[in-house]
Design a protein. Structure first.
Length: 617
């Protein structure tokens, strides 16, 4: 749920030691892996659909699981907060593990708050939401803005356990929220009130029975559209997309007035949803991003097109599983039965590789319009680093570098499956039986080319080159903005929280000026990726210059379409929208405001600068 502040502490506290002692008596067999298989993450289900511990559906009657009956003090915490409870769990995070950065995009969390009560924790457990970062102390009670990109990092060796419960609120709960304290704000006399936990468990608790529409009302449809349009970054296509959504809402209202929730109207509702989604894509909704870095089209699927109707063709598909975060695996308006993915499931997958801030998002957002191309819709940080053994925290924080030997058969199979399950084409359709044409871009992949080639033997690569002066200036702005922090608590690091990809040799940069850091990031990433590309066959990669792409985008995408073998069938109109990650209005000489910092560093890396320019010719 979107809040006015990143974190809000409620004015109550609980006996964390008593809760921890109670939880320790629960048999280990009740704990289960995170639904996304995030390494080091496990959960003890307390409230779930139909009270079934292994049921991750987000639609249906939420009921207590048998294990909640073994935890009387946990029940007393839920009761004391005065809310109606939905999906609730004890979430366990192992030492040196993390919950990777994501946004809670599922319809279920649009109007639900995430309540955290830390039970076992240390000051080294850091919770980030947007640009804010806090430590939630044991026994405190917090809610936070799940609409902002957020993550959790446990840099201690001890295991962290939180009570994590979702709610639409309740009379008592809203009173507590009104008395809450935003993180970092000093309120004279404010202090959380200790709540006694006698441990009898003889308390009344309300649980959700209604949490998804049979047929979404036109008023709710409009509310979602207004909310999302207000969250969009500026884009020249926004006005025409807005007009199309307004037209859809009016047509939906007309059907609602005729049929309401009656089954007789369902075929026409379903047809209108398909028509409205196709129209939104045709108008350019797939090219618009939101301020929290989630794609507009993804959220239209999550809040309207994938959930507005429960019928046999697609009954609230985005509500069926708890796929935590903003991975497009949860965004399908029509999801087929899951099938196993093998090497043969992928036909010449294409990866865009470049240092960060080279314009890869704009190139990617343009190429996703190619016919027959499938993508996960966004960058694959969580998808790749969610595979056990691939996150830097599990590799001694060395870097994002991955080699062919890191692609063990088990890791390769798991990664292919994770990609396959998340893929959608430009119309939002999941893969069928034929091998798919995958397109992917993540700047960290500049350090992973041998690994990707081992996972996907047919992989091909597009090297995107951009004037390093422009890249270094944009990287400086990115570090200073705090929007691209990847590793905020690197051991021994002195300086701004680490942003962008983690390059080999990063420890040598600790305490140095920011211009030295970004120059080293660019230089290392470029040297590594060019060396890896040149070790491949020349047919396995091609290059694109960012300025040439901007000068003639149509010619560029047609050339790349011919090289990749997927073709091109659209007229771009000569003007490209800004990418969703643009920080400020682009200009060829914008870098000059950082010229004093950049030019001396360029001299030191001139060999790499010239090598990169040659590769792009």
């Amino acid at each position: 749920m979107k809040l006015q502040v990143p974190f809000l502490q409620l004015p109550v506290s609980f006996d964390a030691d008593a809760l921890a002692h109670e939880i320790a008596r629960v048999d280990e067999s009740h704990w289960r892996p995170h639904p996304n298989n995030l390494p080091g993450n496990s959960a003890l289900t307390l409230v779930a659909t139909n009270g079934e511990p292994d049921n991750d559906d987000l639609a249906g009657e939420m009921r207590p699981t048998p294990v909640l009956g073994q935890l009387p003090r946990v029940k007393e915490v839920l009761s004391a907060l005065g809310a109606t409870w939905g999906r609730s769990r004890l979430m366990r995070l192992s030492g040196q593990a993390e919950v990777t950065a994501h946004v809670d995009t599922n319809y279920y969390w649009r109007e639900r708050m995430r309540v955290h009560v830390p039970i076992t924790t240390t000051p080294d457990v850091r919770f980030q939401a947007g640009e804010a970062e806090i430590n939630m102390a044991a026994g405190e009670c917090w809610i936070f803005d799940t609409w902002r990109r957020h993550r959790v990092v446990n840099e201690n060796n001890r295991t962290r356990i939180h009570l994590v419960a979702d709610t639409v609120g309740g009379a008592g709960f809203w009173d507590l929220v009104a008395q809450g304290r935003p993180a970092g704000r000093v309120i004279p006399g404010w202090q959380p009130r200790p709540v006694p936990l006698p441990g009898r468990g003889d308390v009344a608790i309300d649980f959700e029975s209604v949490n998804a529409p049979v047929v979404m009302t036109p008023w709710e449809v409009r509310e979602h559209f207004v909310f999302l349009l207000g969250e969009c970054v500026p884009n020249p296509r926004l006005a025409v997309v807005q007009q199309g959504l307004l037209d859809f809402a009016r047509r939906w209202h007309g059907l609602w007035s005729a049929f309401g929730e009656r089954e007789a109207g369902w075929p026409r509702y379903r047809a209108l949803l398909a028509q409205g989604r196709a129209d939104a894509l045709a108008r350019g909704a797939g090219e618009i991003g939101l301020r929290n870095e989630v794609a507009l089209m993804h959220m239209l699927d999550m809040l309207v097109f994938g959930v507005a109707l429960s019928d046999d063709a697609g009954p609230n598909l985005v509500m069926r599983r708890d796929v935590h975060g903003d991975a497009p695996a949860q965004a399908a308006a029509a999801a087929p039965k899951r099938r196993a993915a093998s090497e043969a499931s992928f036909d010449r997958p294409v990866f865009i590789v470049s240092p960060p801030r080279s314009g890869s998002t704009l190139l990617f957002e343009t190429l996703v319009g190619a016919p027959g191309v499938f993508t996960i819709g966004d960058e694959s940080h969580a998808l790749i680093e969610g595979v056990p053994g691939l996150a830097p925290a599990q590799r001694g924080h060395e870097s994002n570098r991955l080699l062919a030997e890191d692609a063990t058969p088990g890791i390769a199979a798991q990664l292919r499956q994770r990609f396959f399950d998340a893929l959608r084409d430009r119309e939002g359709h999941a893969p069928g039986d034929a091998p798919v044409r995958l397109l992917e871009k993540t700047p960290k992949n500049a350090l992973r080319i041998p690994f990707l080639k081992a996972v996907f033997p047919g992989a091909r690569f597009i090297y995107l080159h951009r004037d390093p002066r422009q890249v270094l200036a944009s990287m400086i702005e990115g570090w200073n903005s705090g929007r691209f922090v990847m590793y905020p608590n690197l051991p021994g690091w002195q300086g701004l929280p680490w942003s962008f990809l983690l390059t080999p040799g990063w420890r040598e940069l600790s305490g140095k000026p920011l211009a030295d850091i970004v120059a080293a990031q660019w230089d290392t990433a470029t040297r590594v990726l060019l060396g890896d590309l040149q070790a491949l066959g020349r047919d396995d990669w091609t290059a694109v210059d960012h300025d040439a792409f901007l000068a003639d985008p149509q010619a560029t995408v047609e050339r790349l379409g011919a090289w990749a073998g997927w073709g091109w069938d659209r007229d771009l109109g000569g003007v490209l929208p800004l990418s969703r990650y643009t920080l400020s209005t682009p200009a060829p000489d914008k870098w000059r405001k950082h010229a004093d910092a950049i030019e001396p560093r360029l001299a030191a890396i001139r060999d790499t600068v010239e090598r990169a320019a040659r590769a792009a010719r």
